[in-house]
Design a protein around this ligand. Sequence first.
Ligand SMILES: Nc1ncnc2c1ncn2[C@@H]1O[C@H](COP(=O)(O)O)[C@@H](OP(=O)(O)O)[C@H]1O
Ligand SMILES: [Mg+2]
Ligand SMILES: [Mg+2]
Ligand SMILES: [Mg+2]
Length: 354
Amino acid sequence: MSLNLAFEKQVAIAAVRRACVLTASVFNNLVKNETLTKEDASPVTVGDFSAQAVINTILNRAFPDDPIVGEEDAADLRAESGAALRKRIVELANATLTAKLEVEEKEEWGLGPNYSQTTEQLLDIIDRGNYGGGRTGRMWTLDPIDGTKGFLRGEQYAVCLSLIVDAQVELGVIGCPNLPSDPSNPSGPRGNIFVAVRGQGAYQLPLHDPLSSPGTRLAIPAFTPENLNLLESVEKAHAKLSFNDRVAELLGVTRPPTRMDSQAKYAALSRGDGGVYLRMPTGVGYREKIWDHAPGSLIVEEAGGVVTDSRGERLDFGLGRTLGENFGVVAAGKQTHAKVLEAVKKALAEEKGQ
Ligand SMILES: Nc1ncnc2c1ncn2[C@@H]1O[C@H](COP(=O)(O)O)[C@@H](OP(=O)(O)O)[C@H]1O
Ligand SMILES: [Mg+2]
Ligand SMILES: [Mg+2]
Ligand SMILES: [Mg+2]
């Protein structure tokens, strides 16, 4: 049964939209113009903290009882050495929170000209993201900038928010400020929000139009080996890309992989812009974080896809802040997924035999 999450969805979209405006301005002011000196913090740090402050403020007002599993915490900001960074983050978060209300927003969410926060309030609100996760109850996951490396390169990154209830992702919202609206027109308009509520489908909305809801419904198309391609990380340290090459070979894929940072990969898959998202561990014992997969996996499922690990088991969002032991992620449309899983198992067996 689908939960009625209309209010949660409205709040989550508004929060992600505000954070995307903030991160885009951080990029334009701090990254492109290189206004930060070497002694300053990295612009991505400025963006991460202030975007988490903005989203947590809104969630905290709208859903005061809900815990949040957020990537960042304010410990470094509280330190004496964090003074300059702290000042910048407070300015940016307040500028974003006090901007005029959009039609779909409410003052009760701590938004608008009357809601400037103190430094202490903002640090505390960033630390509202310190929840440890778990098997029962409601919790939000937040990755304020996913794909930090892509953000710095001016490529793909995503603001990622989800609501998990009893270890099941029920709502996912991903803001992709740099993703083209139409994949067949890569130099056309960009900036999109992807949203899914379990049982209610996945949709793409233009980022800059607050009245665009519900947007365009997404459905993963069927693929043949000729038009199939893999979506994978840009960063070699994040996934075993040589393994992907072998899987592609076993599947008879001839198109080159599409490399993209962040959960924009799940968004691209959900609209058929790439047929498989494969992320196998590099073998260093890294545990995947729930905020890196929760919203993306629901959006793919609601676009008709399947998301499992390399054993074919569903990702378990009830283990805490991580997904536990890393068996990788295999996401694809229904028909494609079964074939990919078979190829993944074969490639794993080959590795073992070596
Ligand atoms: N060794 C590793 N293996 C897999 N993922 C890793 C990793 N080290 C960092 N990551 C995660 O990879 C995410 C980016 O994924 P992608 O490669 O798909 O763009 C990072 O998110 P952040 O950028 O939010 O820190 C980080 O959480
Ligand atoms: Mg991330
Ligand atoms: Mg991040
Ligand atoms: Mg990070």
